[in-house]
Design a protein. Structure first.
Length: 476
């Protein structure tokens, strides 16, 4: 095989201000780079994180010119990053017209046809799980072979858009190599999540892919073909230890939308505790309310293993809204879950969603009251966003509800569609009222700033300095 040069790019982009200033490592392209290296020793690979290096678009152009890649793959992941991914590939084509440009991720997977029609900068879209597809794609490119036999891609073939058959999912995720943090080894001190852990070194760990649930607003389960594949507890703990021992990462984010609790969580806690470094780390995960309620006995062990922070998908105070979301949980479960987490000294962040079709000023006021009574350590309010690939998107598009087609605004803090009684401007204003109601409470602010809990105290002092409520107000 001829040697081929591949450049993975994390483009310049803004952070999601709702959680304060942060810089996560580009886990997706680090995983792709490591897998490609594992399968193809002849590939010359570079990973360029413009955010960590402080590179603007002009500097990105110079770096592409300097490396002279044969293939450029741009990180996108979320719909709101569509344009920065496209701009990256546009620059690559400007520097080297014959470079092969590749996009992937959830948005481009479901919007492959439209994206190839709209953006001439994109030559190949890798649909779904990208590791094995990228290996075959690079091999075909290096040997000047047709892409027609590469499963899992969409591409332009003699002026026509061709969608090859989907690729089967990787069966055993335990055999995946560790993400290629080595490609950014000189930058790892820059990855952090200020609100959560200050400047503590920050790493991401993937425990599973997919989800057994079918929430109608979520892109994850459909992207992973409705399957839920879980790494073993040992493999996950190995990756924790790998990041801790090799790169000094003491804040670790288990990235799964739903890793779950129960036996698998108990086994993971055992693995971490027995390795002897769990007291020196802090880790974070997302959990369903009903999972917490069903598995209270595992919480003390999880806390001992270093679990300090949980994001709960509360979503709504209304049983009917939860039913419309296909959440399969209840407001009562949220109340019990928050109580249990507080009892186990686990910082509780609750996620709420406004802007469901039946929402009105009264229902959102009731949600604010519910959030205040629930009293999690932190509340994050989001607007229901019709991400392509979700049931919400299909229904909204079919009924003509979507009023904003600017993908950059699909970030859960911009109103994209109205409700039956609220305009998008009014939905946007309601988001501000939610933040003002929760964070504007002097008793909560003072209680947080002067809390005896160091984590909560640090967070509230930081959030006060960021003026989150004022930033939300600028959106309308």
């Amino acid at each position: 095989m001829l040697q081929v040069k591949i450049l993975f790019v994390e483009p310049p982009k803004d952070y999601w201000f709702v959680m304060g200033e942060y810089l996560p490592p580009p886990y997706g392209i680090l995983q792709l780079a490591a897998y490609l290296e594992h399968r193809n020793n002849d590939a010359e690979i570079q990973v360029l994180d413009c955010n960590a290096e402080g590179l603007d678009w002009k500097a990105l152009e110079k770096r592409i010119e300097s490396f002279d890649p044969d293939v450029v793959a741009s990180s996108a992941l979320a719909t709101c990053n569509t344009y920065v991914a496209v701009r990256t590939l546009e620059i690559a084509k400007k520097v080297k017209p014959n470079v092969l440009t590749v996009a992937g991720g959830q948005h481009f997977t479901v919007m492959a046809q439209e994206s190839l029609e709209t953006y001439p900068e994109i030559e190949i879209i890798v649909r779904g799980e990208g590791e094995e597809t990228l290996v075959e794609l690079v091999q075909a490119s290096a040997n000047s072979r047709s892409f027609s036999s590469v499963k899992g891609i969409s591409f332009k073939n003699n002026g026509q858009i061709q969608h090859n058959p989907p690729r089967p999912l990787i069966e055993n995720l335990d055999k995946m190599p560790y993400p290629g943090y080595k490609y950014l080894e000189n930058l790892l001190h820059k990855y952090h999540f200020t609100a959560m852990a200050g400047k503590t070194r920050y790493a991401l760990v993937e425990g599973s892919r997919g989800c057994p649930h079918r929430c109608n607003f979520c892109t994850q389960w459909k992207h992973w073909e409705g399957k839920w594949r879980i790494k073993s507890s040992k493999r996950i703990a190995d990756e924790f230890e790998f990041c801790y021992e090799n790169y000094g990462s003491k804040f670790l984010w288990l990235t799964d939308d739903n890793y779950g609790l129960g036996k698998r969580a108990s086994d993971l806690a055992d693995e971490l505790i027995q390795r002897g470094f769990s007291e020196d780390i802090m880790w974070f995960m997302q959990v369903r309310c009903d999972d917490v309620v069903k598995n209270p006995d595992v919480l003390p062990k999880m806390r001992k293993a270093g679990l300090r922070w949980i994001l709960l998908g509360v979503e709504s105070h209304s049983s009917s809204t939860l039913e419309s979301f296909r959440k399969e949980t209840t407001p009562e479960a949220a109340k019990k879950a928050v109580k249990l987490l507080k009892e186990n000294d686990i910082f509780t962040q609750a996620m709420f969603i406004i802007g469901e079709r039946k929402d009105n000023a009264k229902s959102i006021a009731n949600l604010r009251e519910f959030a205040n009574d629930l009293d999690p350590a932190l509340a994050i309010f989001a607007i229901l966003t019709p991400f392509p690939g979700t049931a919400v998107y299909e229904e909204a598009k079919r009924n003509g509800w979507i009023e904003d087609w600017n993908w950059a605004n699909y970030d859960m803090v911009h109103a994209i569609m109205p409700t039956e009684t609220l305009s998008i401007k009014e939905v946007q204003e309601e988001l501000y009222h939610c933040y003002r109601s929760f964070f504007g409470s002097w008793s909560r602010r003072l209680g947080g700033i002067f809390s005896r809990k160091a984590l909560k105290r640090k967070l509230y002092r930081y959030m006060a300095s960021q003026g989150i409520v004022k930033q939300v107000k600028t959106l309308f």
